[in-house]
Design a binder for this molecule. Structure first.
Ligand code: PRP
Length: 208
């Protein structure tokens, strides 16, 4: 039988996913405390590769991994051609537009300055609303941008809302709901269908 290769996002998503995989009886070979990046379960014929969240889609898209576990935010941000086949239901948050006050963000006459880690999602979203924007691409601590006058608003993930609150910002508009998903390579879905369905079923059985 062919191995099923699963790309697992390192960090918070990986740790939560690991608990679900273990409960489902398919994650025993993973050791998140080790520096190893490849874990082989010879009995179940599953191989896990641990990669950066933003690279999970690339591994699956290229067929190096059959499946990938990653946040919906990363799926939306990367142009891709993969199937989304299961919602783990954890890592829930909301993509939101936020700013210092409930300002009007839509105007025909004005270009809005938007700071974000997610330029593609932001471009698409405001494009669909016919709003001109200038994107300020940041790599983290996006909440700082409106405070120091770098941007009018931010587009970012909001989970508890604590980061916004601590920085005197508020949600102006909610864009999309986000959670952790299982994605699948299109060719693998055809040729390894039965094994993939088995994995999805065992994950579904332990989903809260
Ligand atoms: C994420 C996100 C927000 C924060 C939201 O940042 O970009 O800043 O978490 O969470 P909250 O609503 O529960 O406060 P992350 O922790 O990944 O750090 P970063 O800003 O450095 O990217």
């Amino acid at each position: 039988m062919d191995y099923i290769k699963i790309a697992l996002a390192k960090g918070r998503i990986g740790r939560n996913a690991y608990n679900v995989l273990k409960k489902a009886g398919i994650g025993d070979s993973i050791d998140l405390d080790s520096r190893k990046l490849v874990f082989k379960d010879e009995k179940k014929e599953i191989e896990y590769i641990c990669v950066k969240p933003s690279d999970v889609v690339t591994y699956v898209q290229n067929g190096v991994a059959d499946l990938g576990i990653v946040g919906k935010d990363t799926i939306l941000e990367n142009d891709n051609d993969v199937y989304e086949i299961f919602d783990f239901g954890f890592g829930k948050c909301t993509f939101s537009i936020a700013g210092k006050d409930s300002q009007t963000i839509y105007s025909k006459d004005k270009s809005l300055r938007v700071a974000t880690k997610y330029p593609n999602i932001t471009k698409k979203y405001f494009g669909s609303k016919q709003q001109r924007i200038e994107i300020i691409k940041l790599n983290g601590s996006v909440e700082l941008a409106p405070l120091v006058g770098l941007s009018d608003v931010i587009v970012d993930l909001v989970e508890t809302g604590n980061t916004l609150k601590a920085n005197g910002l508020q949600v102006i508009e909610e864009m999309f709901d986000i959670s952790v998903r299982l994605i699948c390579n299109r060719i693998s879905y055809r040729f390894k269908y039965d094994r993939i369905v088995d994995i999805v079923q065992s994950l579904d059985e332990v989903k809260n």
